[in-house]
Design a protein around this ligand. Structure first.
Ligand SMILES: [Mn+2]
Length: 419
């Protein structure tokens, strides 16, 4: 007998059309694999969707695929994740459960003494007993697990699977995106398999009272950092488990997603010009066609502004060379000469004025309007204008020129000069 374990699919996460396609393809490939390998059931412990109600495009292909799985007679057991759950509203998972394509595992009852009991669900085809807890928003999980009546769960005999969504400190990896963790000891002991969700990297470990604790990780990407990991060679896929009275094997089934190139530039103690030329040089050295290109510039420039590291030209040339998507990260780029000093104030207005006043001294401009008190006034005017939202009934192609023209007027720049 065998089952598949998938998690953190995050359907609907991708915003770029090319990546949305990959996201859908990987998901469909994973479930096609489950069908063709004739698994007895599928486990999905959370974050199947990136939000509780994803856009209709995503719901449509998810329903179509789960319908195929249903028609193949394969039950799908799920618990909620932290992303596809909402405490105040329904989730698309509720709809999938309502039509019978998936089965929600959590059968919790609160006892008078404040503890929580969990019931088992028995998979008809195999007799496997399944219990589990959904992931909740940060901090709440632990409370639930602390109240959990573990004795009842541990006393049950047979082949038992525990589904959970959350980080386990004993399983911690180097990845910084893991968030909150709880100790493994909060989970009931003696289960045959612990099907985890939440951590985005494939991880399988064995402990004395916890036979197999497994995270398949995301099959593609559910955070921006996942794409970067992929570019660096992180394998993605799902887990296939062979079992009878106990687990016989746990295999990682790799799924291809897309191709990547990553360019990293260390800007530490350098000038923007030299960083720019390294970027151009490194860009020439890659073949971006049909690939996701990730560019990371980090470190502290000796002088100039971080905006002097100019990536727009590189983005254009990569796009022209047929790259699928260009992701540029300058979040960790700083400059020694120009760094924003924090400032305090009694209200928003005062904070803004003080931030500008504190920092404007760093600018070296000839024009008197751009420095000193005049400069602060101008900056505040610009901020007010740029902070304006789109009006009701205003189209984007009306909104953008409106704000742009007003800003140019404030700067005293002729509209035609700026083209
Ligand atoms: Mn996740």
């Amino acid at each position: 007998m065998k089952f598949a374990h998938l998690s953190d699919i995050h359907l609907g996460f991708q915003k770029h059309e090319a990546l949305q396609k990959v996201e859908q393809q990987v998901f469909e490939k994973a479930l096609d694999e489950c069908i063709s390998r004739k698994v007895d059931f599928i486990l999905i412990p959370g974050d199947m969707f990136h939000v509780n109600i994803p856009e209709m495009r995503v719901q449509k292909y998810a329903f179509a695929k789960f319908r195929e799985v249903y028609d193949a007679g394969i039950p799908v057991y799920v618990v909620y994740g932290s992303h596809d759950f909402s405490p105040v509203s329904n989730s698309v998972i509720d709809l999938l459960a309502e039509v019978g394509y998936i089965i929600k595992v959590t059968k919790a009852t609160s006892n008078e003494d404040g503890t929580i009991s969990l019931g088992f669900l028995v998979d008809e085809g195999t007799g496997a007993k399944i219990a589990g807890l959904s992931g909740l928003k940060v901090g709440k999980d632990r409370e639930w697990y602390e109240k959990l009546d573990r004795n009842g769960l541990e006393a049950e005999s047979g082949f038992k699977i525990f589904l959970f969504h959350g980080g386990i400190s004993d399983m911690k990896t180097d990845s910084g995106m893991d968030g909150d963790h709880m100790p493994l000891s909060l989970l009931p002991k003696g289960f045959s398999y612990y099907a985890g969700g939440h951590m985005h990297k494939w991880n399988h470990q064995e402990f004395s009272d916890y036979a197999h604790v497994v995270y398949p990780g995301t099959p593609f990407a559910g955070y921006h950092a996942d794409l970067e990991e992929n570019a660096k060679g992180q394998k993605r896929g799902f887990v296939l488990v062979d079992f009878d009275e106990k687990v016989n094997s746990v295999d990682f089934i790799e799924l291809e997603n897309t191709q990547y190139e990553i360019i990293e530039v260390d800007a530490n103690n350098r000038k923007a010009d030299s960083v720019n030329s390294e970027l151009v040089e490194k860009t020439k050295g890659i073949d971006p066609n049909e690939k996701v290109v990730i560019i990371k510039v980090a470190g502290e420039l000796t002088s100039g502004k971080t905006a002097d590291v100019d990536v727009s030209g590189i983005r254009d040339s990569l796009n022209e060379s047929g790259s699928l998507v260009v992701n540029i990260s300058k979040n960790q780029l700083k400059s020694k000469e120009y760094s924003i000093t924090e400032a305090k104030g009694a209200n928003k207005e005062e904070v803004e004025t003080n931030v500008f006043a504190e920092n404007i001294g760093q600018l070296r401009f000839e024009k008197p309007d751009l420095v000193g008190e005049q400069g602060v006034k101008l900056a505040k005017k610009l901020l007010r204008e740029l902070g304006q939202g789109q009006l009701v009934n205003e189209k984007k192609n009306e909104y953008i020129p409106r704000v742009r023209d007003n800003v140019l007027a404030i700067l005293g720049v002729d509209k035609d000069d700026s083209q």
